[in-house]
Ligand binder design. Sequence first.
Ligand code: SAM
Length: 461
Amino acid sequence: MTLPSLFVQRMQAFLGPEEFAAFHRALQQRPVVGLRVNTLKISPTDFLRKVDWTLEPVPWCPEGFYLRSEDVRPGKHPYHAAGLYYLQDPSAMAPAALLDPQPGEWVLDLAAAPGGKTTHLAARMQNQGLLVANDVQPRRLRELAHNLDRWGATHTVVTQALPGRLARFFGPVFHRVLVDAPCSGEGMFRKDPKARSTWSPSLVQRCAQMQRGILKAAAHLVRPGGYLLYSTCTFAPEEDEGVIARFLDEHPEFEVVPVPHVPGFSPGRPDWLQPPGPETLRHAVRLWPHQVEGEGHFLVLLRRREGPEPEPARTPRRRAVPAEALRFYRAFVKETLTEDPVPQERLALFGAHLYALPPDAPDLKGLPVIRWGWWLGTVKKGRFEPSHALALALHPQQAKEVVAYPPDHPHLRTFFAGGAWSSPGPEGWVLVLVEDHPVGWAKRVQGRLKSRAPRWLRRWE
Ligand code: SAM
């Protein structure tokens, strides 16, 4: 693998010849495969019992594992489509683990797509409270929404806004904010040839400038006593310690919080800045590919000092769901489900899309919103069509009709390919399961089940 020569010169100067040689050797190794279990759906212990794959724990993330088996294609497995795990570089599991969001809190993921860390935050929050996942790129936002559907995240709002706009809209209401910043991507060089080919010293400078802007907005979103976790996947001190040193200068209401030490975590390097940054930056964490099994990452946990309580966020003026739409939904629930999955006061219709809003969701009027919470389905042509997101967050007992197949069953393959298969039984919507985990809907007509797997899912097969 060829590295940009100016990058090599910089890293040699930072690390010295001996450590640089170890770093360089690590970059020639194959990256490890990481997998994080979805604790909304299954415990790590039960997952380990379910698969015969060789999995070893990631030291800093109890629900994270190294997948050592060579003969498994984890992205193609039906358990992946069922949302039982997310494939994620182990280093990228550290930010959400260290931010440690709690059920019931308000949490913001400011640069969220495609959702590696959002899914982690949602699971840690156990679908309680409010998680706002924001990004600016439409294509990546689509991927984020699909990942959240698969994950069974029901309390997550997805927005498409510049951070300044979110700061003006919400104010300091979040208990925890994650800024997983766009960066020059040096930590991804081993995995991503594009990161190597687009890198330049001027990219580092441009990223640092962008990161300063994002963090400035983030500062206005954290409530007093709340936490802000800043992470990048680059080694460049200009984008890491440099951005935070400047932030601390401009925001004396924030302080660096030491994080629990984990073997392999290396301290921040304020001494790499010109002039050197504050010593508290040693409490930041650097993950090096020659020190841990994972890609390069930087993270620092900040806490906003206590202060006056923020104004409560605007509560929504709820508009009742129009009677006709409600009637179609009710008819679907009666025919298909054993119980109402959400209380009526949480239902809201946006265009033709019916949602269950997170219980204490604020008024989002005026924000570009991609997802308002748990998307239940669409009202169209005089009926209600359930969404994939509804299927993936249901418990099998909540559906009247289910078909369950083992992972290697040919009918499952047909389901993922969007086909139809013979299955006698009552007409209507049927929840398709891999063992006891939903993978989507099929519709039974005259003894045949027709897959309603969304197109984006079909690439999994
Ligand atoms: N957190 C994501 C995950 O774990 O899957 C990865 C995020 S990636 C490192 C950085 C993200 O920042 C990109 O998705 C990019 O679209 C987004 N981004 C770029 N400029 C932004 C801005 N000004 N405000 C918010 N997000 C931005």
